[in-house]
Design a protein around this ligand. Structure first.
Ligand code: GLN
Length: 234
């Protein structure tokens, strides 16, 4: 199980999101506090964000552990963005170990991270998938169905694979969407913006836990949580 986070709000440095907090994604890559599956997230990491004036997101991904990236540690304090997704990866058994298997995935407009696992045989073959990893196939399906159908896509995939864990996190530069289905997610609302994260990166009392099986939408106007209703197994 991986750990992921997203930010929507005032521009802030990638370091302030990913590296500096006491329980940052960097710390979560070797000492997660709430992870239910796996103990370290050393199989790669990625960060995607929208640079000012650009509609397409930029990404930095690798198949190496986040703690080994001295170059990122050097650059991250001076790169700022108002919409960011980042993830550290613990590869599911049998999945490829490669840069293109690390989240966030993209269709050129959206970024998407998957925290979980799904049986690839229940997903349609996707020629445009970035990798053969389950998360990339799932990302292709979500992009093809459209993000407006995110909740329906998750409940349908869960019905086809009742063992699937489907915590998704997506952004298009102006809003965030997330689902909880089998793992943890917390939300932090501040005057500067809103964060979603697999687990809180500090002890700020404003963090609250999102219930399992929820669809979350974050816009500049606020946070909306909608329960996801399981379908009958297909
Ligand atoms: N199944 C995905 C992978 O192998 C995500 C793993 C996870 O959430 N730990 O990369």
């Amino acid at each position: 199980m991986c750990r992921h986070l997203a930010w929507l709000g005032q521009p802030r440095s990638l370091a302030s999101l990913v590296l500096e907090p006491p329980s940052s994604l960097l710390v979560q890559s070797y000492a997660p506090r709430r992870q239910r599956h796996g103990t370290v997230n050393a199989d790669g990491w990625g960060v995607g964000f929208w640079a000012a004036g650009r509609t397409e997101p930029a990404r930095w991904r690798t198949a190496q552990p986040l703690w080994g990236s001295a170059s990122f540690a050097s650059v991250a304090p001076v790169v700022s963005a108002g919409c960011v997704i980042a993830a550290v990866r613990s590869a599911t058994v049998g999945m490829p170990l490669e840069e293109s298997a690390a989240a966030p995935f993209t269709d050129g407009r959206w970024l998407l991270s998957h925290n979980g696992r799904v049986d690839r045989s229940v997903l349609p073959a996707a020629r445009d998938a970035e990798s053969t990893v389950d998360s990339a196939l799932l990302a292709s399906l979500v992009f093809a169905r459209g993000l407006a159908a995110l909740g329906a896509t998750v409940t349908e995939v869960a019905a086809a694979d009742p063992d699937a864990r489907l915590n998704l996190l997506a952004a298009d530069g102006t809003r965030l969407l997330a689902t909880t289905w089998g793992d943890t997610l917390s939300v932090l609302v501040t005057d500067e913006g809103t964060a979603l994260a697999s687990e809180p990166w500090d002890d700020d009392p404003r963090w609250s836990d999102v219930p399992d099986r929820t669809l979350v939408e974050v816009t500049p106007d606020g946070v909306t949580c909608t329960p996801l209703t399981p379908l009958e197994p297909s």
